[in-house]
Design a protein around this ligand. Sequence first.
Ligand code: HEC
Length: 176
Amino acid sequence: MKRIALLLVAIAAVAGVVTFTARASGRADEDAVPIFGIKIPPGYRDWKLISVAHEEGNLNDLRAILGNDAAIMAYREGKLPFPDGTIIARLAWSYVPSEENNKVFGRRQSFVPGPQPDWYLQLMVKDSRKYAATGGWGFAQFDKSGKPADEAMLKTCFPCHEPVKARDFVFTHYAP
Ligand code: HEC
């Protein structure tokens, strides 16, 4: 009797693990971009700053380029190509005047990050074997709700980064 009870507990435990795993991976699949299978890396918002940029025109945004430890180390040592495991993240915010700051200055001179634009997060992930067809980089883009970009959009990334092949397809220079 005791043995049967133990067996039932064991079965229940296994079933629980299977259910949990299925649920976890099901959700994870939804959050990964097509083609490259990249998800939003946990903790990316705390990564170190590589540089900043401001785009004019339709984008009219402010952006920060952040890197994980592998990215920062390679940048600081001037090492190219970037090692496998490197991740570079580009975060963007709309570029808006700060009325609050301008009141203090007495004129329009302060611009600050406003709300996130639709495609606020872009990633480049280095894995020279997995992503050999695209210069060793996997590309990913997510909207502000965390929804991944579609296949058509992700196919535009690598061709446009090809002009900087000599810098391992990365435009951004390290801002010391
Ligand atoms: C029209 C050309 C073009 C397309 C398409 C493009 N990029 Fe870029 N990307 C750039 C340029 C130029 C920069 C540097 C912009 C700056 O700093 O002002 C850049 C910067 C980046 C950066 C920061 C690292 C770096 O290379 O400077 C990431 C990450 C990035 N792009 C990812 C992507 C992803 C993901 C896609 C596809 C969804 C994509 N890009 C599509 C031109 C492009």
